[in-house]
Design a protein around this ligand. Sequence first.
Ligand SMILES: [Zn+2]
Length: 252
Amino acid sequence: MIDVHCHLEQKDYDKDRDEVILNCKKELKAVITCCAHPKDFEKSLEIVRRNKGFVFLTAGFHPEFVSEISREEIDKYLGKIEKNKNNLVGIGECGLDYYWIKDLKSREEQKKLFVEQIKLAKKLNLPIIVHSRDATEDCIKILIEQRAEKVLLHYFTDKNLLSEIIQNNYFVSVNTSIFRSKSIKKIVKNMPIEKLMTETDSPWLGFGKRNEPTSVKLVIEKIAELKNLSFEEVDKIITGNAIKFFDLNLST
Ligand SMILES: [Zn+2]
């Protein structure tokens, strides 16, 4: 089992991060933590350094923060990402968020930053992890224009655009929202299992309590039920998908 998208640097884990990661090591093969803001980069790198071969890192700039940061800070951050490419397994999460960002100027800025990060991912030969909220059509358009190839759409919910995702060979990662969302259930049923991964977006999506990467187990159980496969079969395929996609160099 692998959690391909969570946020271990969040302050929710400051009191017991080592314990949480230790628990993950008992059950999971790997955890990929996602740094989505420049202020979290050093802390994220430190977590990965302390858990080499088990916790891996992706870094990018989340579109939700587009108006709270200067061009200079962005450039500095993207430079740091490039310099640390050997400590990264992907670029992101990046993309478009039209749910939180309504004004058109900021949306244009989001697009620009998304394109820049796709270009960076291609330059560094790393996969791109896409955040899309109420903006999937535009996201797909940009990904196609930029000829992005190794693409993971995290927390993907737009079942109406699933055929385009499949056509373009993109991957989708599924979290515990599968228990609440009919769209996600439908996506899982129709998506080839070779293109699925599991995530948690921890510490979020715990439905009232703090979420942890180990809850990918529940997600795999649900996928197995929907796909009419055994837990072991689903786990084997989905874990393999993640190792291959992110080219993970596991310690065990
Ligand atoms: Zn996230």
